[in-house]
Design a binder for this molecule. Structure first.
Ligand code: ZN
Length: 137
């Protein structure tokens, strides 16, 4: 669903309408299915004064919001990890063992396969995997 700004040709009232598409909006205006909220005139035109906002109905709006928030949190987490941990890349399992057995206090981050992470866990080395989101351009 999209929200479109409409304006009344008769009284210049501006209001918003929900439509499935621009085409369906135009169709409904032509058919006289859209009325001015003030004077009930059917002489309505799409107003371009406001930008059109694309939104989803009901549940998906909150899902969208949630994923937006999640993304920004993951971004924060990523920045935190980058700022506070040393990047060891594919050496992660090796470095994690070294830290564990040599009792080093060195936070690291890097890559490990699921199998490598499982092996580390079996040895009592806890690792956490976080979704590594791509930077937006
Ligand atoms: Zn009107």
């Amino acid at each position: 669903m999209i929200v479109l700004s409409l304006s009344c040709k008769k009284c210049d009232n501006e209001f918003e309408g929900w439509f499935s598409s621009h085409q369906s909006c135009e169709k409904q205006i032509k058919k006289g299915m859209v009325e001015c909220t003030i004077c009930n005139s059917k002489k309505i035109e799409k107003s371009l004064s406001k930008p059109n906002v694309a939104v989803h109905k009901g549940k998906s709006t909150s899902q969208n919001e949630a994923s937006k928030i999640l993304r920004s949190k993951l971004k924060e987490l990523k920045t935190f990890v980058k700022d506070n941990c040393e990047y060891v890349g594919d050496q992660f399992p090796y470095e994690a063992r070294r830290i564990h057995y040599d009792k080093l206090n060195k936070p690291i981050y890097g890559h490990a396969t699921k199998k490598e992470a499982d092996e580390l866990k079996e040895e009592g080395i806890e690792t956490t995997s976080i979704p590594w989101i791509k930077e937006e351009n």
